[in-house]
Structures are given as C-alpha cells and as structure tokens.
Design a protein around this ligand. Sequence first.
Ligand code: ATP
Length: 306
Amino acid sequence: MSGTVVVVGSINVDVSVTVEALPRPGETLMAGSVRRSGGGKGANQAVAAARAGGACTLMVGCVGDDGDGADMRRSLTASGVDVRAVTTSLDEPTGTALITVDAAAENTIVVAAGANGVVRLDDVAREALAGADVVLAQLEIPQTVVLEAARARREGALLLLNAAPWAPLLPELLAEVDVLVVNEHEARGLTGHDDVDEAVETLLADVPAVLVTLGAAGSRLQRRGEDAVTVTTPRVTAVDTTGAGDTFCGVLGAALAAGEPERVALQRASAAASIAVERRGAQDAVPTADETTRRHDDTYGGPTGG
Ligand code: ATP
C-alpha cells in the first residue's frame, strides 16, 4: 500500500423492507423480511476505497453507543477500513436510513442523521489527515466538519468533495476543494442550470476541477482552462444502480492516493462502478480489487489503459 485516503463522512445502518406498493399517508402495510445492511455515503465510499486496495483507507465518522454502531464498526473493519477515527456519541444513536422498496423497484428513503450530526475530528483523525494523500468527503455530515478536515489535511493532499446530497456550499469549503465530484442532478441543483455544460462552467468559477458522473454515459473531468477528459464506462446490464456513485468515488480516491495517473484512476473507478450496478445493494455490491482490475483491463486494454 503506497498512499492513504481519509474518508470523512456518514455511517448509517440501512433498514430495508419490500412491499407490493408504497404506502399512502395513514396506511399501514405488512412487508416481507427486514434487511439490515451497512450504508451512508461515507461508509459506502470507504468500503469501496478499501476493497480497491493500493492505498490505506481510514474513516472519520461517528456512530451511536449501540448495537448498530458496533455492527457498522465490525463490517467496516471486515472490508479493510481503519476505524480508529470513528468516534462514539453517547447522546445520539447510529444514523439510520429507512428504505421501502415496491414491486417496481421504486423506493422511499427517510434518513435520521443521528450520530452523523455530531462527527468530530479526534487526535487520530487529525494525525491521519496530516499524512493523507487524498481526503474524500460528502455532504451527509455538517459542512463545518468537512471544512475542518480539509484544513487539517497535509499540504498538497487532494480534497475530493462529492457534493451529495447537494446543498449550497460554504464559500470557505469551496475554496479548499481540488476536485468537485457531482452527478448531473447535483450539478444542476448546485447551479440552477439545466444544461450540464453550463453548470460545470459555473462551478469552475469556484473550484479548479469538476468531475461529472453521467451514469451509463461515463464521466467527464473538466479542469479550469483545459480540455475535458472524457472516460467511457463499461457496457453492462444494470440491475441496481444504488451505490454506483459511491463505488466510483471510493475507488477513484484510492487509485489517486496510490499514485495512479488520473485517466487510469478514472477508468478503475468506472470499471468498479460498472460491476456495482450489476449487483444489488450498496456496500454488498462493491467489487474486489481483482474484479475491478479484470474489468478495467478487458474494457480499456491493459494495466495502463487506453
Ligand atoms: P447513484 O445511483 O449511486 O446515486 P450517481 O447518480 O451518483 O449514482 P452515476 O453518474 O449514475 O452516479 O454513476 C456513477 C458512475 O457509475 C458512472 O460514471 C459510471 O461509470 C458508472 N455507472 C452508472 N450507471 C451505469 C450503467 N448503467 N452502466 C455502466 N456504468 C454505470
């Protein structure tokens, strides 16, 4: 392992039930079995980074002093994530997402942030950030904590900010960002432009680089004043796109921390995300490093890509 990626973000337990049709207001429904799994954008991206190999992955987050918190720590550790900077709140429960999925795969999701609202940087987090190569953050924890982490990072360490779910960004945080990662919906939400190219132009006034993920159409990295780098994604039959963006961001962070050239890092991220959409779930769908390498080499032709 040659580098370190520090993921600063949310840790949730996802509680999912399947129903014939989504409930109407006031309605009580019986569901099939309840499924509990690891979730939260931060944890999902940390798992993707750790499974990608190549770099050490440390997570900064917070869980409650409860069974879910202990389970989430265990499952992150089992995926290879260093959880020494995951703190425990005595006041707030572990974050929970309540997910209802109907027969047509339509869903409703309600998130109780719980301990994600009180994430803080402890000494272990600060030490890790001071030695990080890449810091990867999202917006399911307070932006002030992301800003604190950004400011605590080693000089020269890249800050990748995945602006998901999108919200108006603090100007001080924007000033720290090296690459803003957004999907088309987030690009539009952040700028009010329907046209994604116009949205990217607007975002480039505040950050030096914008990476837009475009689903099955791949992704595009645009640096201020430079030609865009467009990366296709492998053609697959998508079964469940949940977690595609998180897999993409986590693998990208790990590949950049490991010193991969930017285009290869983007190709590895795309290869991994294309496998994730062929499988159900979020963290469960994240591929191993070997699976990603095979898909990468089959698609882009050899270890250094085309
Ligand atoms: P999510 O569904 O997790 O919210 P997102 O909207 O954040 O995802 P997308 O742009 O949909 O992000 O997908 C991220 C990346 O995953 C894409 O850039 C692409 O590489 C890969 N991907 C997504 N959907 C597909 C697909 N149908 N086929 C192949 N690759 C895909």
